[in-house]
Write a protein that binds this ligand. Sequence first.
Ligand code: FAD
Length: 447
Amino acid sequence: MTTDLHCDVAVAGGGNAGLCAALTAREAGASVIVFESAPRDFRGGNSRHTRNLRCLGPEYPEEEYFSDLMRVTAGRTDERLARITIQQSQEASGWMRRHGVRFQPSLSGTLHLERTNAFFLGGGKALLNAHYAEAQRRGIRILYDAEVIALDGPGGAVRVRGGEEIRFRAQALVAASGGFEANLEWLKETWGPAAENFLIRGTPYNKGTVLRMLLDAGAEPVGDPTQCHAVAIDGRAPKFDGGIVTRLDCVPLGIVVNREGRRFYDEGEDLWPKRYAIWGRLVAQQPGQIAWSIIDSKARGRFMPSVFPPVQAESVAQLAAKLELPVDAVEETVRAFNRAVVEGRFDPTELDDCRTEGLAPAKSHWAQRIDRPPFFAYPLRPGITFTYLGVRVDERAAVRGMQRIFAAGEIMAGNILGQGYLAGIGMTIGSVFGRIAGKEAARAAGH
Ligand SMILES: Cc1cc2nc3c(=O)[nH]c(=O)nc-3n(C[C@H](O)[C@H](O)[C@H](O)COP(=O)(O)OP(=O)(O)OC[C@H]3O[C@@H](n4cnc5c(N)ncnc54)[C@H](O)[C@@H]3O)c2cc1C
């Protein structure tokens, strides 16, 4: 192994948090190297799948933002760090603008975020391209295909393409390498073999290598190690990197059956934006970790178009046969559901009075008989967005229990987001703490 890389600040991970840290450290005068596991074409981690970040604004004051966060986390947040994130969110988006990132008005079909979230023009991919172009202009060295595999204080070793290992020495390190959502072995520790059937919505490179090394070296953990954010996505999505287009919004408009052809949860419990995040877990608990959303022609055109076409048939029996589900069981489930539907005034924009009676599980809203051909079905599988386990940091982004090691982004998001999710806060945490970590790492390196 050769010892040939030296810098003031090393950054492990080239997503939004890592690049925000790298640029800030460089602006403070530090020499910076970014190690990015992925090859150049796949750089940018999960950040490249994003669309927006949540920030304060004239119409979205701090107290409302904070109470939104308290609601989703049920109080599992470090208030000091949460307040820093919120207070600096507006400045972070301004800083991004000055660094070549462009924003656009919010898109339609985005779960009502126009007041609270700023949307990246061209999405996360364009954001990352802007960050990398800026990094190059400012003389930041980027190593692609370079996975940090060992830590020795703020230095360590990276494995580069071809398997060669290179040692690096740095005055300070910023860990910005995401969670461990792409590490199926690690997910199996909680979920057992079921994890094999999970789809990972983002990058295959977030394996938690750096997180594990920091925890092993004495960093204080934060966030529930057994939890992950999972949504139900199209079961035909690729194993990794399917991104946002694989989301399916048809669940409240029909019924969902498992491999045995049985319903297992109230599809109409609440408005879809409030419920879509529980369906990943629900499907994960079903045999084979798969389910099917079944709708009839009345539901077509009422939800965001799917990326894969639905399976279609002229009768429920034919549909079940095409899906290779037990035909009798599916027919009986649909019959029982149809019998239990109480007529009401159907309104998909509110909690309407179309419900079932005497059915278990009930469908509380938007219950309409599945009786108008053609019939359609979409397979659903759990799509993992991120994991919650991270390292505890202070307000300087310093990793508790470590010297000259800082953390930003998903790897420390559990300090603020102990559970649940608030759309757009992942990128806000990465942007705010990326900049703090970059500044503090440069300072620790004497700048
Ligand atoms: C489909 C999808 C959509 C999302 N949409 C949004 C959204 O619109 N708004 C929002 O706020 N959040 C969204 N999120 C969450 C958001 O992606 C994360 O909160 C955010 O990207 C975290 O940024 P990060 O820089 O910490 O991690 P990442 O962007 O994931 O970057 C981590 C980087 O570290 C690299 N890496 C990992 N291990 C190593 C190692 N050992 N050595 C070197 N490099 C390593 C990876 O290659 C990767 O590039 C979404 C997530 C997904 C999956």
